[in-house]
Each structure stands twice: as structure tokens, then as C-alpha cells.
Write a protein that binds this ligand. Structure first.
Ligand code: PLP
Ligand code: SF4
Length: 350
């Protein structure tokens, strides 16, 4: 299948040059970029010329939830700026060591909702598959930083349990691939799942939640696009970008390829103090997303897990930011401001 989108980035077409190192085979290219991720906070600070703030790095936080950030994402951070909004999303700071009442280990009730087959069902008509516990980037605000996803993923048994549970429940129309990051699985592993799902007549939509097109756009390769374009259902693809600076030309290309192969693109962001807690930052995020072919979907209030309290924006401020955003932007550029409350029938509007 030839992708319909223009492909300005075509490494396969580069002429061979004997003076260059041996090329990485196309199928392994994104895995190669994945393995080049920086995992040492002090190395990250050195790359950014920020050695002077290394005393603020928390080794305890980094041991509990390791730093992991792809090189391409680092390239979008501002050199020498300790307040860079991308850096703040990934750097383990001593703020995380504070124990704050109300911030627990499982804020969203996943432990109770999760079944043995790696499936979470909280809402009508749709079930979420915890496809894998891996991510290309570890986001400090993540609600899954304490959750033992790695032990119980839907992929573990060749998807058999999850597929049987889905087939047995005709009320399910939509399957949501989540995690972790589902695109951290190799494409043949994803195809193994969708081939089995294709035999289930009641499924009407597939949804994919992934931060990879933004943090590791190399992942959107020819194999992935071939898989995507051959799926028998309409696909909603939810990227997770929190700041306009997360987009660059490589991300635009990856998103154009996804769109060109039939995916509808939406963005879900988390409202984060020091990252996007201003009307300017939120407006820029919506505008930049739309320029890349992505409509804003949700703006989430933070899930209150241990170690993330310094990211929290109070509800009153969240509401006034959202109102100011609505007063500034076209309606379709305004995401819904929501919070996840255990036991609710859907995300709760603020
Ligand atoms: C958030 C979530 C969904 C998706 O909710 P939408 O409002 O449809 O985006 C589905 N299942 C679970 C378990 C969720 O946490
Ligand atoms: S699940 Fe999403 S928010 Fe959490 S670490 Fe992975 S990419 Fe980041």
C-alpha cells in the first residue's frame, strides 16, 4: 500500500555512500532510535547545558520511575532553559519526593477495573486494552508510574484472553489500544491482535492512544502505515501532546502519514503547572495541533498519584483558563476540560 500523504522524509531513497556507516535496516530503524533514548538525568542536563540544576534531580524518583527520553524529543528542548516545558515533563525533580495527602498509588481505580486479560472496562460500548507496559518516554506526571502494568498486559498470551472476552461481549463496539504505549509493540504484534479482532462482527471502531508519533516519529514507518491502511474499521488516533513545542517537521510528517492512511487524529493533553498552565500555551497547543491535522479532544485534570502534586493546577484556575481559551479560539479548537473520577460512566466535565 502506497501512503496517500506526501512523504518528504524518505530515508530509503538516500543514495548509498561507502563513507557512511552501515545503514540500519528499515524495519529496525525506529527500534534503533528507541534504544538511543537518554536514561541518565545528568546526561540529559549536560546535553542541554544545565549542569547547574543537577542538585535538584531526585535519584529516588528516578529509581522509582526511570528517566527515559528519545533524542529527537530532546532536540526540541531549549538549550540552557531550566524551565523548558518539554524538559519539565521528563526530568525527575526533588519535588516528586514530597508525600502529599490525597495523592495515592492508583488514583483512577484501574486496579479494580482491570481484568486478568489486560483489559479495562469502565464505560459503555468501549474497552481499553493495556497492550504493553512500555513507553518511549517516561512522563513524570503519568498516572501509571506506580501501576504494575508490565505484569499483566493483553499481549502476553498472544492476545487470546482479551480477544475471547471481547468476542463474548456484543455490547463492545470500540476497542482502545492503550498501555503503556501500544505502538511500542512491534507492528507484527499489533497485526496479530487486529487479525483476531477482525473476526468479531460487533466491533465498529478501533482507537489508538499513543505518544509515539510525537516523541518518536520514526515509529510511523512503512510497516505501520501498511498495517493501519488495511484495518477493517475507521480508526481514531489520539496523540498525547501537551505543548506546541512538541511539534516539529518530523512530527508533522508522521502525522500526515497517519492521516493519509485513514486515521482521524485527536489530541488529549494534561493540564500541567509549569508546562501549559496559561491561555497562551493552551491556545498555541490547539493551533499548532490543528496545523498538523489534529483536533483537540480532551484537556485532562491531573490524576492524583504520588509524586505529581507539583504539576497540579487547582480546579478554579483550570476552569478560568478553559473559559479564557473558549473566548479566544474557534469552538473546534477548544478541548473538553475533564477529570477521571472512579465509578463515573465517562470522563467528568469540570
Ligand atoms: C478514558 C477511558 C476510556 C475512553 O473514554 P472516552 O471518553 O471515550 O475518551 C475508555 N476506557 C477507559 C478505561 C478509560 O479510562
Ligand atoms: S503512558 Fe503516556 S503519559 Fe504515561 S509515561 Fe507512557 S507516554 Fe507518558
Amino acid at each position: 500500500m502506497i501512503p496517500a500523504a506526501p512523504l518528504p522524509m524518505q530515508p530509503d531513497a538516500m543514495p548509498a555512500d561507502a563513507s557512511l556507516p552501515a545503514p540500519v535496516p528499515a524495519a529496525a530503524r525506529w527500534q534503533h532510535a528507541w534504544r538511543q533514548a537518554v536514561r541518565d538525568p545528568r546526561q540529559l542536563l549536560a546535553l542541554l547545558g544545565l549542569e547547574q540544576i543537577s542538585a535538584r534531580v531526585s535519584d529516588a524518583a528516578a529509581a522509582q520511575f526511570p528517566l527515559r527520553v528519545p533524542r529527537g524529543f530532546i532536540a526540541r528542548m531549549r538549550h540552557g532553559d531550566p524551565h523548558d516545558p518539554l524538559l519539565r515533563q521528563v526530568l525527575p525533580l526533588d519535588d516528586e519526593d514530597r508525600i502529599v495527602p490525597g495523592f495515592g498509588l492508583d488514583a483512577v481505580g484501574d486496579g479494580a477495573a482491570k481484568t486478568a486479560n489486560g483489559m479495562l472496562q469502565k464505560y459503555r460500548g468501549r474497552a481499553l486494552l493495556v497492550a504493553t507496559g512500555s513507553c518511549a518516554v517516561n512522563c513524570r506526571y503519568c498516572f501509571r508510574r506506580h501501576f504494575p502494568y508490565a505484569e499483566e498486559t493483553a499481549a502476553r498470551d498472544g492476545w487470546r484472553d482479551a480477544v475471547a472476552a471481547i468476542a463474548a461481549d456484543p455490547s463492545l463496539e470500540e476497542i482502545i489500544l492503550s498501555g503503556g504505549d501500544p505502538l511500542s509493540l512491534a507492528t507484527p504484534k499489533l497485526a496479530e491482535l487486529t487479525t483476531q479482532l477482525a473476526a468479531i462482527p460487533h466491533l465498529r471502531r478501533l482507537r489508538i492512544h499513543s505518544r509515539l508519533p510525537v516523541v518518536l516519529p520514526e515509529r510511523v514507518d512503512a510497516d505501520l502505515l501498511h498495517w493501519l491502511s488495511a484495518l477493517p474499521w475507521p480508526v481514531a488516533f489520539v496523540i498525547h501532546a501537551n505543548h506546541a513545542n512538541e511539534f516539529d517537521a518530523s512530527v508533522d510528517t508522521a502525522l500526515a502519514r497517519l492521516r493519509g492512511n485513514g486515521a482521524r487524529l485527536l489530541n488529549q493533553a494534561v493540564l500541567l503547572r509549569g508546562v501549559n498552565d496559561s491561555v497562551d500555551a493552551l491556545a498555541a497547543l490547539s493551533e499548532r495541533s490543528f496545523a498538523a491535522g489534529v483536533l483537540p479532544y480532551y484537556l485532562h485534570q491531573l490524576d492524583r498519584v504520588q509524586g505529581v502534586a507539583h504539576f497540579e493546577v487547582p480546579d478554579t484556575q483550570a476552569r478560568s483558563l478553559h473559559a479564557a481559551l473558549a473566548a479566544r479560539l474557534s469552538g473546534y479548537l477548544v478541548p473538553r476540560l475533564v477529570r477521571e473520577v472512579p465509578g463515573d460512566t465517562g470522563k467528568r466535565p469540570l
